[in-house]
Write a protein that binds this ligand. Structure first.
Ligand code: ADP
Ligand code: MG
Length: 463
């Protein structure tokens, strides 16, 4: 691909800014996308990529700067006008469309995306029927082009994760876009479907479309993009061919770090882990149970546990973190059979889950799901387990059950750090407590000390 001058770019973003409260999510971002290219946008979490896409699609109005699509300035235009100009972003399939078929999704999705007014139904019912007919014709065409014909009458909710992504792309194609924005098209999609999705993008590109995509999967970025733009802290820090970006190790490090603190550092077992990737932290012995969405509802209990060891699963693609023999013991690869054995072993600590191993996690009670999340996090025998609000949303009896399980986990040699609203219960089992207020330590001491401190009692324990 030859570099083209700005005049020929299909999309130009110039010094665009957007802040939320004090956070400069997009901070003077300048970039351009060449027509008929597949351009990748990469960068660490929080770099501002999704915000930039929302600005381009018209969901947010920039605080400053300009966005040009072909020869039209589009910043500040409403989303449906941008869609009419030929620029579409893919959307997750909204709840209400999941019970409809793939075909209906295309027809209704197109109307919805194009910002059609319900009012037309009353003012011009004839026109709406006519539109509906031509939309159906168009939908059939799109289904053919995206090779989704065989799924036309399937309910959207019955599709696999990868097929849903195809459907999202198909829905975007309904509006005949020249430029399609895709936010992480292959995230969570199995490699085979990810391959066919990228093949489809390739074909559509040869038909004259342009793709601008956010992607974390370096395979996709390196093999499927003509040009890569690297974003960090709200602006472009590098761009070029995939090869030139790959050849820059400092850049790669920036890309794969997580949200970095602006100052200070985090040490774990004597090592500075500030900004380290979560996957590496897991391999170092630090596990984390988030407050919500901490299980995979459609997977069985056993599969959920197996996911806890996914970072050590033998990978067909050589990645730096699973190269054999170069990392400490904990990061050695495991086969699927070994992971399964580990999952069954981990269940010894969670006997209540044993009769439910084949049930979908989403079908379990809240307390049981919290147990699944804990069990999943114990799969790699962490030295330290971080738990965010383990009692959130649980009935009091279940809270006691979860807390006694945490004590048991701790008894087996794993240090536990938890965030908890229920200060009384948390402090009753804690060796040490910290009370934070507006981001600073306000009180600190042993559990009993804090429980007995009259100031703590007055402010945080309800008298
Ligand atoms: P990326 O997609 O690169 O991970 P985002 O664009 O999602 O990054 O986020 C950039 C920054 O803006 C982050 O610090 C994020 O927390 C913040 N942010 C994004 N959207 C909002 C919002 N609607 N309200 C407040 N802060 C937001
Ligand atoms: Mg994002």
């Amino acid at each position: 691909m030859t570099e083209m001058g700005n005049g020929q770019a299909i999309l130009r973003v110039e010094s665009v800014r957007k802040s939320f409260g004090g956070i400069n999510a997009v901070d003077g971002c300048t970039l351009s996308v060449n027509p008929q290219s597949v351009t990748g946008l990469i960068g660490p979490n929080g770099a501002g990529k999704s915000t930039l896409f929302n600005l381009i699609a018209g969901l947010y109005r920039p605080d400053g700067g300009e966005i040009w699509f072909n020869n039209t300035r589009i910043d500040g235009l409403p989303p449906y006008e941008i869609v009419h100009l030929g620029l579409t972003k893919t959307w997750q399939i909204p709840h209400e469309l999941r019970n409809m078929t793939v075909l209906e999704n295309l027809v209704l999705g197109a109307k919805h995306n194009a910002g059609e007014h319900l009012l037309n139904l009353f003012i011009q019912p004839g026109k709406v029927r006519q539109d509906e007919k031509s939309l159906r014709v168009r939908a059939r065409e799109v289904l053919r082009a995206t090779q989704l014909e065989s799924l036309a009458n399937e309910h959207a909710k019955a599709l696999s994760g990868g097929q849903k992504k195809l459907l999202e792309l198909a829905r975007a194609m309904m509006t005949e876009p020249a430029l399609i924005l895709l936010d992480e098209p292959v995230a969570g999609v199995n490699p085979t479907l990810a391959g066919s999705l990228m093949d489809l993008i390739d074909r559509l590109r040869r038909d004259g479309r342009t793709f601008f995509l956010i992607e974390h999967d370096m395979n996709v970025v390196m093999n499927r993009c003509d040009r890569v733009i690297v974003m960090h802290q709200g602006r472009t820090i590098a761009e070029g061919t995939p090869a030139s970006v790959k050849a820059n190790p400092t850049l790669i490090k920036t890309i794969f770090g997580l949200l970095r603190p602006t100052a200070g550092r985090v040490a774990f077992q004597g090592e500075d882990i500030t900004g380290m990737h979560p996957r590496d932290l897991v391999l170092k012995g630090l596990a984390y149970v988030p407050q919500s969405n901490n299980t995979f509802p459609s997977l069985t209990v056993l599969e959920n546990l197996e996911m806890g060891a996914i970072t050590r699963r033998t990978s067909p693609i050589p990645m730096p973190w699973n190269r054999r023999g170069t990392l400490p013991d904990r990061s050695r690869q495991m086969t699927d059979a070994q992971i399964r054995r580990r999952a069954i072993g981990t269940l010894n600590l969670f006997p209540n889950l044993r009769p439910k191993v084949r049930e979908r996690a989403g079908a379990l009670s809240g307390g049981e799901q919290q147990m699944v999340a804990l069990a999943k996090s114990m799969m790699l025998d962490p030295d330290v387990l971080l738990i965010d609000e383990p009692s959130a949303g649980l009935a009091p009896k279940l809270v006691d059950m979860v807390f006694s399980k945490i004590v048991e986990i701790n008894g087996k040699g794993t240090a536990v750090v938890m965030v908890e609203q229920n200060a009384k219960k948390a402090l009753a089992i804690a060796n040490r407590g910290y009370i934070l207020e507006t981001g600073r330590n306000r009180f600190e001491g042993t559990g009993p000390q804090l429980l007995q401190d009259p100031n703590v009692a007055k402010l945080y324990l309800g008298g």
